[in-house]
Design a protein around this ligand. Structure first.
Ligand code: F0G
Length: 471
């Protein structure tokens, strides 16, 4: 825990929570413990007082200088950008050294997608192995500031793992609601290890999300799902960090997976802020990729029939949820995403796309990300699968610059990976999914272990055979 630094001069203006509904736009103080607009029930976002262009340019230099500092706040890829975060001097910062994740060049994925080049921003390299940590550091810091005693969330696994870790650091009680039998063993193990109270619910993620919102009427309990705008504030810094890594030259496209839609909302907010501050000359097109069996927003987006490049479309009032969503990518097995309106708004403003990809496409793209020596969990691979589809459709040109955001580490779901490479993905241990036995996944790039006798000659002969196969 450490004291946050005083705000710089530009932030004499106030950060506020504002309802995103244009017809309402109500404003609330940042010390109010609310998750939705008190007037109309709409989603809230933090309105950031932005510096002038000259102050922004100074900030850019300051943020860079902090990379070499030994101050734990400067070493955090989130708090390094604290001038644009809604915290004052009284806040005690809870950090695990999140952010500062690598941006990799991925030549095999580029070729697979039909691009000249492709970069992968690996958010799975965060302390608990997923992008959630960048939002949890700000959310748990706010929970402490508000005097909460318990933090809670509904989760498909990663949010829970991340919240558990940050709550443990802050000395807060943590309770998590998970859909029973639908969380990977690695994620569940993390939550148990961090000391969270794990409540396994007989239902799916959307049931957990509904229930958790009901219990947070109690003032001592703080909700840490991405409906909470303080989560989004931390996650938006990924856009800042990425642009710093790109030398402030915006890529043509940034592509992210879509589940509950917090990540896409946060990146959209981050890019828009930089654009408004004059640090980006244009917005990257932000595209979101969902898994085919859990794709309510991709369906709505297709129905909107936007003219290519149109940014003027009104946001619809309702999203039709997908009942009993299905996908092997359990992280994004979500039928009723809470932040869909914010995400849709960002995608439309940036002239991006929302599409879906099949289980086979996700599995093959994931194997390809592995072949670049990087790896990720299944949900993250929707990005490369989606990019391949968008290139094939002519939406992304082969020469354009593209960044895919990988959201979770390879070791978050080792069973999936192992089953893919052994050719047993649909037949083995994935109960409860509709396409379980009926649509087995082909191991197009399978790499199963070989059984070799315990003898030098046998091992050398296997190596030789594999070399010949590669040629
Ligand atoms: N990728 C991974 C690895 C995730 O864990 C999630 C969401 C997403 C993508 C989608 O991000 O929800 O912001 O659109 N996981 C949540 C959880 C739902 O509970 O861990 P989103």
């Amino acid at each position: 825990m450490m004291e946050a630094s005083p705000r710089s001069s530009h932030s004499a203006k106030q950060f506020v929570q504002r309802c995103i509904h244009e017809s309402c736009g109500s404003e609330f103080g940042i010390a109010e413990r609310i998750y939705l607009c008190k007037k109309c029930g709409g989603p809230l976002e933090i309105e950031t007082p932005l510096p002038s262009a000259s102050e922004a340019s100074e900030l850019k230099t300051r943020w860079r200088e902090r990379v070499g500092s030994l101050d734990p706040r400067d070493r955090s890829g989130v708090w390094r950008f604290r001038e644009l975060l809604p915290f004052d001097d009284a806040a005690s910062v809870i950090t695990l050294g999140e952010g500062s994740t690598p941006l990799y060049d991925a030549p095999r994925c580029a070729q697979y997608s039909g691009l000249n080049a492709l970069s992968l921003k690996h958010q799975g390299c965060n302390p608990t192995g997923s992008f959630k940590d960048t939002g949890m550091t700000t959310c748990v810091t706010q929970a402490l500031y508000l005097g909460a005693r318990t933090v809670v969330c509904a989760s498909t696994g990663n949010t829970a793992a991340s919240l558990g870790a940050y709550a443990a650091r802050a000395g807060l009680q943590c309770a998590i609601l998970l859909p029973r039998g639908q969380i990977t063993a690695s994620k569940l193990a993390q939550s148990m290890d961090y000391g969270s109270m794990v409540c396994e619910i007989d239902g799916d993620f959307d049931d957990c999300m509904r229930l958790i919102q009901e219990i947070t009427d109690d003032q001592t309990i703080y909700l840490a799902n991405s409906i909470n705008p303080f989560r989004i504030e931390g996650q938006k810094t990924v856009a800042y960090e990425l642009m710093d890594q790109c030398g402030w030259q915006p890529p043509d496209h940034v592509v992210v997976p879509g589940g509950n839609m917090g990540n896409s909302s946060a990146l959209g907010k981050g890019f828009e802020e930089l654009h408004q501050m004059g640090l980006l000359r244009r917005l990257p097109k932000l595209s979101v990729v969902q898994a085919e069996g859990s794709a309510p927003l991709a369906r709505l987006f297709a129905e909107l029939k936007l003219e290519s490049g149109s940014e003027g479309s009104a946001i619809p009032e309702e999203l039709v949820p997908v009942k009993s969503p299905q996908t092997f990518a359990t992280a994004i097995k979500i039928g009723s995403p809470v932040s869909w309106k914010k995400a849709l708004r960002s995608v439309i403003r940036s002239r991006g796309q929302i599409i879906s990809v099949s289980e086979q496409e996700i599995a093959d793209a994931k194997a390809m990300i592995g072949r670049d020596g990087i790896g990720c969990e299944p949900a993250s691979a929707t990005t490369v699968a989606g990019i391949r589809k968008l290139v094939a459709a002519g939406v992304i040109a082969p020469t354009e610059s593209v960044v895919a955001v990988l959201t979770g580490h390879l070791l978050k779901d080792p069973d999936y990976t192992s089953q893919y490479h052994r050719g047993t993905l649909a037949l083995g241990g994935r109960p409860g999914t509709a396409n379980e036995a009926s649509h087995p996944i082909r191991g197009s790039f399978a790499n199963a272990p070989v059984q070799v006798a315990a003898a030098t000659k046998a091992i050398l002969s296997v190596l030789d055979r594999s070399k010949r196969k590669e040629r």
